[in-house]
Ligand binder design. Sequence first.
Ligand SMILES: *Cc1c(COP(=O)(O)O)cnc(C)c1O
Length: 379
Amino acid sequence: MNTIPFNKTYYTGEEIDFISETLKIGKTSGNGKFSKLCQEFFEKKYGFGKTLLTTSCTDALEICAMLAEVGPGDEVIIPSYTFVSSALPFIRQGATVVFADSYDHNPNIDADKIEELITEKTKAIVVVHYAGIACNMDKVMEIANKHGLVVIEDAAQAIDSYYSSKNGSRKPLGSIGHLAAFSFHETKNIVSGEGGLLAVNDEKYFRRSEILWEKGTNRAEFFRGAVNKYGWVDTGSSFLASDVTAAYLWAQLQKLDEIQQKRKEIWEAYDKELRSLENLQVELPELPDYAMQNGHLYYIVAKSLEHRTDIINRLKEAGISSAFHYLSLHKSEFYKDKYRGADLHNADKFTDCLLRLPLFYEMTMEDVKRIVSSGGFNK
Ligand SMILES: *Cc1c(COP(=O)(O)O)cnc(C)c1O
């Protein structure tokens, strides 16, 4: 019996050709040919105001925290059920993180409970589109506008996901908040080993984003011919991805539609197979009317930690790997002694009970059937 891994990176085959091309051109540092091609692609396809390729999503979020100018004495609202990178850049800026709970049946930030967390010190809200499933962005933007807050979308998992607004418009995730960050880590839909993208939607941040990205210099403006010399003008770091990384990403982007279609088919197959089980004992992903997901990941929610362990073990016996993740950040070793807020029951529930099933491009429908029949999801 063959085993089914949790994830397997898909290579289109063209990566090596584009990477060779950067070596031949002889410009492998950042902001080169392939970086520009990728950035133009994202701006055109998704309507982001301005994009910058970064070495990771974490780095893109670092730039967001700097652009939002949060510091000591400021508060930033962030869901607790997320990866550390959603919070870390704000903590490094010296801001206080205020952790928010998830919905009862959806790991995303509960938009109805955001307003009660706002104080005079609140400066920003970070939303995380878990599994590429949109947060309630109409509500989040309404609250943010009312209180004058910056909205940052951690769209690490959300490339090519959409949000259907109350006014009927369909918007790509990452194009709604003032700022957004995507990941091309090898576990995401579109990959470059490590890699990320900053999307800047509010024009007021365009110039400064480029400076922070280029080590606090106005070098990008200089290369565009907008100024005749460049120098040190601000803070920042070396956040640019190398053009080798960009060449890798460019190969993946040529196959974006195929990759997305296949992943969505696998997601749909899981959903259909699981929903047709009699006596189903686990919760399945809840897709709000406003959310169009991107096949990033399929998860189930067990009834308890023990129940989840039983499922993991049954899958393991059948040669199938699964994965859980995110210990609520307010309970992490780093943060638990600093946490002063209320209990976050839903974040705790997803910490104990959520399980991710394998989902990767080369999976077959037979694999999905085998996983669904091996997990004992109705036990
Ligand atoms: C993967 C991920 C990140 C981090 O992305 P990197 O590119 O590895 O920095 C951040 N937030 C979420 C929600 C993620 O899933």
